[in-house]
Structure formats: C-alpha cells, structure tokens
Design a protein around this ligand. Structure first.
Ligand code: ZN
Length: 437
C-alpha cells in the first residue's frame, strides 16, 4: 500500500478514539488522552474530525475535577441504522438496529431454510420492508446490512459454501442480492459466529478476551473470540464443531453425509428423534402420551425437556448422555484453546438445566486443571437475540475498522456504496501493511 505512514497513524488514532467513545470507555478529551496514550494534539484533531463527520457530538460540560471543565462527547448512535437478519434452520428473524447495536424493532417467524434462497431471502426482504415501513428508526438512513446463515460462509465473498442443511444455497450470491436491493454494504457470516459477536459486544462476553460460544439448536456449532475479537479463521469456517466425529457408529448418519457427528447424536433434531422413538417403543409413558396428544407424528427436543422436568427416567438418561457428548467436545476445545468463558446458547440449551449440568460436569472432569481453574460456563444472557445483535455488529465493526472507515468517513455515510464490503476491497485491505509501531 503506498499511503504514507503518517496517514496510517492518523487512521489508527481515529479508529481508537472512535472506539473509546462508541463503547462508552471515554467521554471527554482528557479521558481519551488517558485511555489511548495518544498526545493531546492528536486527540483534539481526531475528535474534531469525528464531530465534523457527524459520528460524535459535543454536549454539556462534565463535572469539574479541578481545572477547566471538559465537554462530554457522545457517539451519535442515531446517525444511521443497520438491518440485521438471522436465518436459522427453522426460523427467520429480522431487526433494525442503531449504530450502538441496540435493536429498535424486530420480527421473527418460522421458516424452512431448505426452501432455498429465493423463497427464504424473498421472505426476509418482505419482513425488512415491513420494519422499514413501520418507521421504527425515523430519520436514520440505512448504513448497512448484516445477515447470519446456518452453514459455512466464505466471509470475504459473502457466500455460503456447501452448507449441509441448505439445499440450493451453495455459492448463492447473498451479499450481491441484498446489496443491490438496499444499496448499502452487506456482510454475510455464519449464524453462530454472529451469536458469539453479539455476546462479545452486548452480552456475557463483554470485556472478555478468549471465549467459546456453543450453540445447541437443531444443529451444533461454535463461535470463537480470540484476543477480544471474533476469530473466523482463514476462510470463515472456524468453530464448525457440529461435524466432529464423537461416536464410532455408522448407523448414526448425519445431515452432512458422514456418520457419528456430534450434531447427529446430540443436536436438537437428534433429541427429537430419540424422544419419538422412545414414545413409540413404549420406553417412556410420558413421551408416549405426549406423542398421542400431539398434532404431528413426531416429538421435539422441548418434549424431552418437559419429560425430564416430569422426572421421566429415560429423558434424564438421554440428557445425561447428550451432555457428555457435547461436554467431551467442549473439553477438547477448552484444552486446545484455554478460554476464560464458555457460553451455551441455542434453543436446546434452554430446554433444561439437566443438559447444562451434564455438559459442565463433563468439561470440568475432562479438561486440564489449569484450563478450568478460572473457567466459567454460563448460559447465554441474550438468548435468541444474540444473533441479531451480532449481525448488526458484523456491520458496525467493519464500518468502523481501520480498513474501511477511511473509505467513507469523508462522505459522512457509507450508504449508496455497497463496494465498501466488496471482496476485492477486502483482499486489498487484508494485504495492506498494518501501521508500523
Ligand atoms: Zn455431520
């Protein structure tokens, strides 16, 4: 990159000052100097640039601590709005967020991802259009769109690659389609990565450096936070732990085509199947009655949760076994990765404490003492909102990054500039040298 080094340093300082203000860590110029270690002149110049761009405003004087009172700086979260979409295996959620990642409005409904991209994205667009028409973010122009998909996503290009449960989606140009429709930069990511990011920015993982987020839903996946940042890996596939082989049993065929995958023995779909089999075989009177009363001919993971709560011995045993499978994989991750926090999210995680207890017990038993000495294992605090918050922050973190902020701050807005998210630009930015210290 042939930009002079001074420009790189100015960009680094600009991003650092903006981050300190938007995350509420510093709210006056003296606090910015203290927290950033930057010189007074640099801070004054960068704050001036941020005020000029409309990202920061200056408010009243802060209470004096002796000396001249400092003016309070405020991040203009209403300067723009972000569309957030989370596609699950069986659901679709959309939301509109401000520039602080707070959700101003959201909608959710059942949807089968296997219906294909035309149907599913078409419905997502209808729901987004309804939200926009409802005017929940009045006066805030659209600045970007983030979307999570329940499968592997090649992050630089915004496309799903050979997703096991998404027929018709392989290579589909999700970014291009949504960028054309909304005329804003679009980022596409795996749904679990976005849940982890949501937890990092607004949930339990705030301020943590090394975190594993594991989603136990219809499928199973993990998102990794490393050094305080989402770790996507070389292509974006990091954390796809659902297809790690955990049992040597060729009769347990997974949706991916392999056998013995974690997801195939411990995911929500597997729990539903085990519950249905137990009901039919007469091994659980509770589940048999539940199946007879059901409008469908199959039970779900939540039926197993109800059975366990009722004290059904078979349900308790299934949760114990499932927890050991998930806990065993998590213990491997804990030994390999040494996180300070493991967050458990997803629909199945909410069906009962029994599963959580079994996972916890297995992780502590199977991990090295040093790795678990200060390890916390907790249930997600954001629950089913983690993915939408994460989709918003996928956009915000990119827009306010050192690679992208300089590309639009002069215009005052990244809107009408979908190329900001483009793969070519991404590759060029990735090749650019970091500012030398
Ligand atoms: Zn599999």
């Amino acid at each position: 990159m042939d930009l002079p080094q001074v420009a790189d340093e100015a960009i680094d300082a600009l991003v650092e000052v903006l981050d300190l203000v938007r995350f509420g860590i510093a709210t006056t110029r003296p606090e910015l100097i203290h927290h950033s270690g930057l010189g007074r002149t640099v801070v004054v110049q960068r704050v001036g640039q941020l005020i000029e761009s409309g990202l920061v405003t200056e408010g009243k004087h802060a209470p004096s601590t002796g000396g001249r009172p400092a003016r309070v700086l405020r991040f203009q979260a209403e300067a723009g709005s972000i569309l957030a979409v989370e596609l699950g295996a069986t659901s679709i959620a959309v939301g509109i967020a401000n520039l602080s990642g707070a959700l101003l409005a959201s909608r959710e409904e059942p949807c089968d991802i296997a219906a294909g991209p035309e149907v599913v994205l078409g419905r997502a667009e209808e729901l987004l259009d309804e939200l926009l028409a409802a005017g929940d973010a009045p006066g805030s122009p659209l600045w970007g769109l983030g979307i999570g998909l329940p499968g592997p996503v090649e992050y630089a290009y915004g496309r799903p690659i050979a997703p096991p449960i998404m027929p018709g989606w392989d290579g589909y140009p999700v970014r291009e389609r949504l960028a054309r429709r909304y005329d804003v930069p679009v980022w596409v990511d795996n749904d679990v990565n976005l849940m982890a990011l949501g937890e990092l920015r607004l949930g339990l993982a705030r301020g943590e450096q090394d975190v594993v987020y594991i989603k136990i839903g219809t499928g199973i996946g993990a998102g990794l936070i490393s050094g305080g940042r989402l770790h996507r890996g070389a292509q974006g596939a990091a954390g796809d732990v659902g297809h790690i082989a955990v049992v040597d049993d060729s009769s347990v065929i997974c949706r991916c085509g392999n056998s013995g995958c974690l997801e195939a023995v411990a995911g929500g779909a597997a729990l539903g199947r085990l519950a249905t089999e137990a009901a039919r075989d007469g091994r659980s009177p509770f589940l048999a009655k539940r199946l007879a009363d059901s409008a469908t001919d199959a039970l779900e993971a939540r039926d197993l949760g109800a059975a366990a709560l009722h004290g059904d011995a078979l349900a308790v045993e299934i949760f114990g076994r499932t927890g050991r499978h998930i806990g065993g994989t998590l213990a491997t991750l804990v030994n390999f990765y040494n996180p300070s926090l493991v967050i458990i999210g997803g629909g199945v995680a909410s069906v009962g404490d029994l599963l959580l207890a079994s996972i916890r017990e297995t992780v502590y038993r199977r991990s090295l003492p040093l790795a678990t000495r200060d390890l916390r294992i907790a249930r997600s605090a954001l629950a089913n909102r983690a993915g939408l918050h994460g989709a918003a922050f996928a956009v915000l973190d990119e827009l306010f990054s050192r690679q992208r902020l300089p590309r639009w701050i002069g215009q005052g807005s990244p809107a009408h500039n979908p190329a900001i998210a483009g793969a070519a630009e991404f590759a060029a930015a990735a090749r650019a040298p970091l500012a030398s210290a």
